[in-house]
Design a protein around this ligand. Sequence first.
Ligand code: SAJ
Length: 406
Amino acid sequence: MQTVCVMGLGYVGLPTASLLANRGFKVHGVDVNQKIVDLISRGEVHIQEPDLDVLVRAAVNSGNLTVGLEPISTDVFIIAVPTPFKDNHVPDISYIEAATKALAPYVEPGNLVILESTSPVGTTEKMSAWLQELRPELDVQGSVYLAHCPERVLPGQTLKELVVNDRVIGGLNPVSAEKATQFYRQFVTGEIVCTNARTAELAKLAENSFRDVNIAFANELSMICDRLDINVWELIELANRHPRVNILQPGPGVGGHCIAVDPWFIVDAAPQEARLIRTAREGNDSKIDFVVAKVKEAAAKFENPKIACLGLSYKANIDDLRESPAVLVIEKLASEGIADILVVEPYIEKLPPRLQELQRVQLVSLKMGINDADIVLFLVGHREFKNINPKSLEYKVLVDTVGILR
Ligand code: SAJ
C-alpha cells in the first residue's frame, strides 16, 4: 500500500497528504477547487497550520505529492471532505457521495477505501452501496476493503496529532479493519484499535458531543452565577479542586466546525434518545444571546456607546473564524444599531466579509479599542489580551465572557 489518493485537501486532507508524501508514499491529492489545486501544486498552502507550508513544499518538490481535480488509480483512497449540516441541522453527506462517485472508476480489487470525514452513523455502509452501484462488475463487499477511520487532531497541532493520537479503525468487515490497520501502522505511533464501521462513526461523534455537553454545563453555570452574583471563574476553580471533578470553561458560545456540528449528527439519528445532547447544543447556542443581552444592558447607560469587542476567532490564539460565536455576538450587536463597535483581533488583517458590510463596525488596534471604548467585551482568551494594563480598564464597563480578568 504505497500509493495513496486523498480526496479533499482541507484541514485534514492536506496535512495527511503531505505527511504521507514526506514518509515516502506516492500521494495524489484531489480537490474540487482549482485555485486550491494550483496553490498546492506551487508548494503553497491555503490553511493556517504550523509547519504545514514547509511540509507541503517539501512534498511537492520531492515529487511524492501531486495534486489535481481528478483521482488516479492508487492502492489506498482516503476521503477527507467536509460534512456540514443543512437547515434544521440535518447532516449533509453530499460531499462524501460526490467524492465516492469521483473515485469509483479508479477502484480496483484489493484497494483500501478509507472514510476519514466525521460522518453520521451508517455512512460507510452507504459508501459501499454507492461504489457497488457505480461498479456493478466489481464485487465491492468481497474484494474492496472499506473502513471509517476518524481523526481527532486539534487544529494548531494537526501534524503532531496525526501521528501520535490513538486511531479507531472501523472496518466494514474484519478483513477491512485489518487492512486499514496495516496502512495506519506505517505512520501512526498511537494505539490502533479496531471495531466495526458504525461504532467508529459514533465514537467520533460521541467524543465531540461529550465536550459539547460539558461546555454547556460550564456555560449554564456562568448564567446561574450571573443571577446569583457569584464569580463563575472562582466557583469552577474551587469545584475543580475535587479530585474527580473537571468542569470546563464558560465562553460566549461554542465555535469551530466540529463541536458545534457533530452532536447534531447524533440528534438526527436518535432524536428521542439524544435529549441531553440536543439540550446542550441549544444551551451553547443560547449563550450568544445571553452575552448580547448583558452588553445591551451596559450600553443603555451611555448616550452614544462605543463597544470594544476583543477577539473574533472561534477559540484562543488562532486565526480561524469558522462558526465563531464572537462573530455572531458582534453581528447581533451591530444589528441593534445601539453603538459603534470596535473589533480587536490580533490574528487577522481585515474583517471577514460578513462583518465588513455592517454599519459602524471597524477593526482597530487593541490600544485604540480600549482607549476609545466605553464598554470592553472580552470574547476570546487570546494571550495578547492577558497582559492588558488594568489601569487602562479603570473607567470602562467590562463584560468578560472568557475569564481573562478573573
Ligand atoms: N470551548 C469552551 N470552553 C472550553 C473548551 C472549549 O467554550 O472549556 C469552546 C472553544 O472556545 C471553541 C469550541 O469550544 O469555540 C471548540 O473548541 P475545542 O477546544 O473543543 O477544539 P476544536 O473544536 O478545535 O477541536 C475539537 C477537538 N475535540 C475534542 O476535544 C473532543 C479535537 O480533538 C477534534 O479533532 C476536533 O474538535 C474535530 O475536528 O473534531
